[in-house]
Unconditional design. Structure first.
Length: 179
């Protein structure tokens, strides 16, 4: 039987490998797809093109979730606490517009919830939140080798040095929301 209570959201918080690994741990999340959004060049972008910083796309994840298990608002709070929303076009050593903090809303309800969450999160950060809030125009799935990257490459250097600590912090901050 098909679940009719499914929604999607698209966010970018730096490298999509990190963001995908975080949301794959959350109860109610049924699927996470790494991809690209927010660019201005025609055609389907490639990883190499996006990494050049010339396409305008951000590395993002498309999260398919059951809102009866986890709300859009709760997912945004997890998103805002799983990366640094105060650094413009940078997450750790990754820099460029492709690594920007961004929420791509798909309707007015998502936009209103995102605006509220951004305001509510403001007092928790010393620096201003620079997370972009933009309407979704198009989502492009990334190449197959980017999907489930952490799951398939946990012993790789980037995974152990960058993603594993993010997952530890996620477990510390949001244990009740995890699978």
């Amino acid at each position: 039987m098909e679940n009719k209570n499914i929604e999607q959201m698209i966010v970018g918080g730096g490298c999509f490998w990190c963001t995908e690994a975080v949301f794959n741990q959350v109860k109610g999340v049924e699927k996470v797809v790494s991809g690209y959004s927010g660019g201005s060049v025609p055609g389907t972008p490639t990883y190499r093109e996006v990494c050049s910083g010339l396409t305008g796309h951000a590395e993002v994840v498309q999260i398919t979730f059951d809102p009866t298990v986890v709300s859009f608002e709760d997912l945004l709070i997890i998103f805002m606490t799983s990366h640094d929303p105060t650094t413009l076009n940078r997450q750790g050593a990754d820099s460029g517009t492709q690594y920007r903090s961004v929420i791509f809303y798909q309707n007015e309800k998502q936009k209103m919830i995102a605006e509220t969450v951004l305001l509510e999160m403001k007092p928790y950060y010393e620096s201003p939140i620079v997370t972009e809030l933009s309407p979704l125009e198009k989502f492009y799935p990334a190449e197959k080798y980017h999907q489930d990257y952490y799951e398939n490459n946990q012993s790789q250097g980037y995974c152990t040095a960058v993603i594993s600590p993010k997952l530890a912090r996620l477990r510390e901050m949001h244990a009740a929301r995890l699978k």
